[in-house]
Design a protein around this ligand. Structure first.
Ligand code: ASP
Length: 321
């Protein structure tokens, strides 16, 4: 017996102003990435393959803070984090602080496949990527003029300035690119869940800093008993709140429905710590929740037999594609 698939993605959260120039291009980019994962689900592929394909498409889109187009750290370099999790087996894989892997989410999946560890960092992760035939690039490959402008504004003459969410950096850097961390969640036709998250982190972050995106239970999580979840926002707060696991626990132990669990986790666990951001999540019935406490969150979603939709602010302005 098969169940209807569902899929949702995000392109980051933060201080986003309405009516910015080029908004249509971002809706289109979200639609394209969703279509990549959706096509696989339509063919009966596993949720894990669908979320990885979606996140690869987002990493390859320079508008987003993941893969090419990633933000710069305090040293003016790119260090990328990514994580994946399979809800059926609860197997997970992640890479962090990698500088040369073109598509970090593919390396995260190789870590999952290897099954010997969950999180590989730096050179060890790059060695695995090379062994598995993944493409390695120079660190400069990830650079864009927009990100450098954001970085320069974020530092504003003070190299020690606090790290910024990508969107907040864009607000400061006139004309800078606006999008952020990316992630996807899916339920496949077999009823299994999966999640993937990928990021360049926060503008002007310390060298070696790892955010929530590759941390199981913080920025990425999947368990067929509850939900699959990908987060975006101020990573340290998501780690301290164990945000993804908080949603899972509210569902599994507190019997909360997804929508309530996700909203209350943001309001009651993240917000009191001063955290800002949001998440996309999907439950085993294929229901989707996308709460955020930032000004906006780039997102897209689709259910089997329904039109794909994209939104940045309230659901009222969601665009169907
Ligand atoms: N959560 C990411 C990090 O802290 C940043 C983001 O979501 O934009 O690395």
């Amino acid at each position: 017996m098969t169940t209807p698939y569902s899929i949702a993605l995000h392109g980051g959260a933060g201080t986003i102003a309405r009516g910015q120039r080029g908004e249509a291009a971002y809706h289109e980019a979200l639609q394209r990435a969703l279509a990549a994962g959706r096509a696989l689900l339509e063919d009966g592929a596993a949720a894990l393959d669908a979320v990885v394909a979606t996140v690869v498409a987002l990493e390859n889109e320079p508008l987003f803070n993941a893969g090419q187009g990633a933000v710069l750290n305090a040293d003016g370099a790119h260090e990328l984090d990514a994580g994946v999790m399979d809800g059926a087996s609860r197997a997970a894989g992640a890479v962090a602080a990698v500088r040369r892997i073109r598509n970090p989410v593919l390396a995260a999946r190789e870590v999952l496949r290897g099954g010997r560890c969950v999180l590989l960092v730096g050179e060890g992760a790059e060695r695995l990527a090379r062994e598995r035939g993944l493409e390695l690039v120079d660190n400069a490959f990830f650079a864009t003029a927009h990100r450098r402008a954001q970085w320069e504004v974020a530092r504003a003459g003070q190299p020690g300035a606090a790290p910024l969410l990508d969107h907040d950096g864009r607000m400061l850097a006139e004309g800078g690119s606006r999008l952020g961390t990316v992630g996807a969640v899916a339920r496949d036709r077999q009823g299994h869940l999966a999640a993937a998250t990928s990021t360049g982190g926060m503008t002007n972050k310390a060298a070696g800093r790892v955010g929530d995106s590759p941390i199981v239970g913080a920025g990425v999580f999947a368990d067929d008993r509850s939900c699959a979840l990908s987060a975006t926002g101020t990573g340290e707060h998501f780690i301290r709140a164990c945000l993804a696991h908080d949603v899972h626990a509210r569902m599994l132990y507190g019997a909360a429905p997804l929508e309530r669990a996700a909203r209350e986790a943001i309001e009651q666990s993240l917000q009191p710590l001063g955290g800002v951001g949001g998440l996309v999540a999907i439950d085993r019935e294929g229901r989707i929740a996308m709460p955020y406490n930032s000004a906006g969150m780039y997102r897209a979603w689709a259910r089997q037999g329904e039109a794909a939709r994209t939104a940045i602010f309230g659901i009222d302005e969601a665009a169907a594609g």
